[in-house]
Design a protein around this ligand. Structure first.
Ligand SMILES: Cc1cc2nc3c(=O)[nH]c(=O)nc-3n(C[C@H](O)[C@H](O)[C@H](O)COP(=O)(O)OP(=O)(O)OC[C@H]3O[C@@H](n4cnc5c(N)ncnc54)[C@H](O)[C@@H]3O)c2cc1C
Length: 431
């Protein structure tokens, strides 16, 4: 019995959410699990850290889950962190048009019939009910169709709904994003009504919800975690992986030993001969702004989940946590090329306008701002890139792949990362 337990040893490389999900699943299935991470901390693209400039703990970028993200929420519940997420009492997304000053709130209807689009008072200003009904074209889109191929890219619904939804869900502009993948998002959220669209946000920070409790659960299940371990190479013996090379440490794999590579696509592609990965990625820029002590927002955000959708300006979302306003710009190819100081000035202007700061601040009042550019925030979710997503199984019997970019059928998000980890663990369970 002890011998069997020893032999079922899994080496999971990469401690982002995909690796954490795989490691936890394997440990709970009785494998002896070693998790390796190149960085000094776990979490990958979904993590918190204490920022010396802001003197606050911040996230690398704002993250939101929807109730439709069932695997991600089940993972959070499994690691005992469900109460570390906050959600509003009712599903409602407040929006502001920074150019025109108009504001509205998207409140999806309770059931599957979207009553909210049939009344002028509840639908987005300037739109007509028939505009929304064109969404059926996404449902029948061909695999190579973009969102712009299916929907009318003129008019308020495009600017105020389809662009914000597509860049938020796919981090890719709708002129190049996959229509099929966006349909999946719409089908699982808006088409199911308010309950499926309910947003969840980390109350204190991403690591507090997703990372620290996952590491604790892994250790409690007997797993070990090693930081500062960058996998440099794999050695192969026919159809099996025979060893891991971490530079200063080599790990030989005996019979019954297996590997999960839960790495970003480029890293997996470098390590595995012949693996074709989607290389095209899109950046996300976040600005974290410590509001000046005397700042008095005149726009009131919902207290239980203070977030605001933005259109007609340089940012997509504003999240407020204590005295830090965090702005997100998705599919930020052009912005990410600009110097951080320029982005900071731009984002401070957006923040002042979005929150209606009183008195309106001058340029010299610019507070402490941290700009975080995640240059490879997600893969480009274009039809061409999505066609390159590999599944968890590889040509090496004891090696499985995980990562939000693998073919989970879901957009490259936390949901996909968690699902990919479970899928990789299922592949190893069958060897
Ligand atoms: C700014 C931003 C905002 C986002 N917003 C949302 C959102 O609102 N909702 C949502 O669901 N998703 C969002 N996402 C996407 C989400 O963060 C990712 O889908 C998810 O975190 C990916 O997890 P992963 O484990 O697949 O990859 P990663 O987090 O990239 O993990 C891979 C890990 O492997 C490590 N590694 C790399 N090379 C090696 C090596 N050779 N050896 C060992 N370790 C290595 C890396 O350091 C990293 O820790 C956002 C992402 C960003 C960047």
């Amino acid at each position: 019995m002890a011998e069997t337990a020893f032999q079922r040893r899994a080496h999971v490389v990469g401690a982002g959410l995909a690796g954490l999900s795989a490691a936890l699943r394997l440990a709970k299935a009785g494998w002896q699990v070693s998790l390796y991470e190149a960085a000094a901390q776990a979490g990958g693209r979904c993590r918190s850290y204490v920022d010396a400039k802001l003197e606050r703990s911040i996230d690398n970028g704002n993250h939101m889950l929807l109730a439709a993200n069932t695997a991600a929420l089940a993972f959070v519940a499994e690691i005992g962190a469900a109460d570390r997420l906050t959600q509003p009492a009712r599903t409602a997304f407040p929006f502001l048009d920074l150019a025109s000053g108009e504001s509205w709130t998207v409140v999806p209807s309770a059931g599957v019939i979207p009553w909210w689009i049939f009344t002028a008072e509840t639908r987005i200003p300037g739109t007509r009910a028939c505009d929304y009904l064109a969404a059926w074209r996404l449902a029948v889109a061909s695999p190579d169709a973009t969102v712009a191929d299916c929907l009318d890219s003129r008019g308020p619904l495009w600017q105020r709904f389809w662009v914000p939804l597509t860049v938020a869900a796919l981090n890719t502009h709708p002129r190049e994003a996959s229509a099929r993948l966006l349909w999946l998002v719409v089908r699982d959220s808006f088409a199911r009504g308010a309950a499926a669209c309910r947003p969840f946000v980390a109350r204190r920070g991403l690591s507090d919800v997703f990372v620290d409790p996952a590491l604790a659960a892994l250790r409690a299940a007997g797993g070990s975690v090693a930081f500062g371990r960058r996998l440099r190479a794999l050695t192969f013996d026919g159809a099996r992986v025979a060893g891991l090379d971490f530079g200063d440490e080599r790990v030989a794999l005996g019979p019954g030993n297996a590997v999960v590579l839960a790495l970003p696509p480029a890293a997996a592609g470098d390590l595995l001969p012949g693996l074709k990965v989607p290389e095209d990625s899109r950046p996300i820029v976040n600005a974290h702004i410590r509001l000046p002590a005397g700042a008095r927002p005149t726009r009131v955000l919902p207290p239980e989940l203070p977030l605001l959708g933005l259109v007609g300006g340089a940012a997509d979302w504003l999240f407020l946590r204590d005295d830090v306003a965090s702005l997100t710009v998705s599919a930020a190819e052009a912005l990410a090329e600009r110097p951080a100081e320029e982005i900071a000035a731009l984002m401070w202007g957006v923040t002042a306008r979005a929150l209606g700061l009183d008195p309106a601040p001058g340029a010299s009042d610019q507070p402490v701002i941290r700009i975080i550019k995640e240059k490879r925030a997600t893969l480009a979710q274009t039809p061409a890139a999505l066609a390159l997503r590999p599944g968890p199984r590889t040509r090496w019997a004891n090696l499985a792949l995980a990562g939000d970019w693998t073919d989970t059928g879901y957009p490259a998000t936390i949901e996909s990362a968690v699902r990919s980890g479970a899928a990789a663990a299922a592949v190893l369970a069958a060897i």
